[in-house]
Design a protein around this ligand. Structure first.
Ligand code: NAD
Length: 352
């Protein structure tokens, strides 16, 4: 392990050496010595596109980590050229036997929790209803748009803090999940049949659909104190669901927490990585929320990636058996080539 790799997350080197880990002085040494490298951010998910790490990699090496394989084509080509077998955690199939390896869900859980806290912290009101000698405090109204893993956790957290919560998603299947958390499911008069793909992800819809959705959401939004947006479509820019005009219909002091900021944002006003204020409305566009709760983000990620590694090792050797759905779906590069059909399609489309 690279010296100090866990320190900022609350895990000193001593905790690793106690378990028998060899600590090496530099990142370069880790790459030089390891047959398999486990990372948080692999090339593609690194700000420099992974150039520094790519230079350290060698043919036959196996790298496992987050690598934004559906958007970072340069990195995919770079990994193939280095002869590396890269397995992307983002591509873990959403099937029951892979659940304990699903790092996207782990990170989304943390992001959703933190989004609700950011909303509560930035709002000039309290979340719960309180009956005090100084009068009754009315509860905050929170709307969560997009009720996937992050959205459901944001709903649960806002409920625990006592807010009156509503949830909306394009996938009607989430109605029961939202209601089981004590929130109201928002129904819009819009036909969204077939909005769900295999694996539970949302499909990209046409611009007409999104326009109608925005029109209908405007009225719901105007009644909220906090709006948390989490809507995403894998491999695409996030759909714009909150226009500037819609945001301006909210009462002064209201807050929008847009955790789709990493994919451009669900709110037109969002500035990724910034918290801004427009006409008294705060718009927060946080990036990499899991890194703000590093202890549990590390613990959960470690469990996901270790389970995956153990799964790949059979009879003491790492086996990349492409007959296996989990391997086939996550393997991006192998034998000097991009081998993942969806990634290859994107790489080829850009080259032609
Ligand atoms: P995600 O991060 O890709 O998207 C977040 C949410 O945004 C989704 O619920 C999506 O439907 C919603 N969304 C997209 N476009 C929208 C729009 N225009 N308006 C409103 N909402 C919109 O999704 P995710 O959190 O990764 O989860 C997606 C699904 O996968 C969920 O059903 C989840 O339960 C399922 N899942 C299954 C497993 C498993 O079976 N192992 C594991 C994790 C998640």
């Amino acid at each position: 392990m690279e010296a100090g790799a866990g320190a900022a997350a609350g895990f000193p080197d001593s905790e690793y050496t106690e378990k028998g880990v060899t600590i090496v002085g530099s990142r370069a040494e880790v790459f030089a010595q390891a047959d398999i490298v486990l990372q948080v951010r692999s090339p593609g998910a690194n700000p420099d596109g992974g150039a520094a790490d790519l230079a350290l990699m060698r043919p036959g090496q196996v790298v496992i980590g987050f690598g934004e394989p559906l958007t970072a084509q340069e990195a995919a080509r770079g990994l193939a050229e280095r002869g590396v077998s890269f397995l992307a955690m983002e591509l873990m199939p959403r099937i029951t036997r892979a659940q304990s390896m699903d790092a996207l869900s782990s990170m989304a859980t943390i992001a959703g929790y933190k989004a609700a806290l950011l909303g509560a912290d930035s709002l000039p009101r309290m979340f719960p209803m309180l009956m005090t000698a100084a009068g009754t405090v009315s509860p905050a109204r929170v709307l969560v748009i997009g009720a996937g893993v992050a959205g459901l956790q944001a709903i649960a957290t806002a409920r625990r803090l006592g807010a009156v919560v509503s949830g909306y998603d394009i996938r009607a299947a989430v109605k029961e999940q939202i209601e089981s958390l004590g929130a109201r499911f928002v129904v819009l008069a819009i036909e969204a049949g077939g909005a769900e793909e295999k694996g539970g992800y949302a499909k990209a819809m046409g611009e007409d659909f999104y326009r109608r959705q925005r029109e209908l959401l405007g009225d719901v939004l105007a009644e909220q104190n906090v709006v948390i947006t989490t809507a995403a479509v894998p491999g695409r820019k996030a759909p714009v669901l909150v226009t500037s005009e819609m945001a301006m219909r909210m009462a002064p002091g209201s807050v929008i927490v847009d955790i789709a900021a990493e994919r451009g944002g669900n709110c037109e006003l969002t500035k990724p990585g910034e918290a801004i204020e427009v006409n008294g409305i705060k718009i927060i566009g946080p990036l990499n929320l899991p890194s703000t709760i590093p202890y549990h983000a590390s613990q959960m990620y470690a469990k996901n990636i270790a389970t995956f590694l153990k799964y790949l090792i059979k009879d003491g050797k790492l086996q990349l058996d492409c007959e296996d759905e989990i391997v086939r779906e996550t393997l991006v590069t192998h034998g000097g080539e991009v081998v993942h059909p969806r990634v290859l399609e994107i790489v080829n489309a850009i080259q032609s």
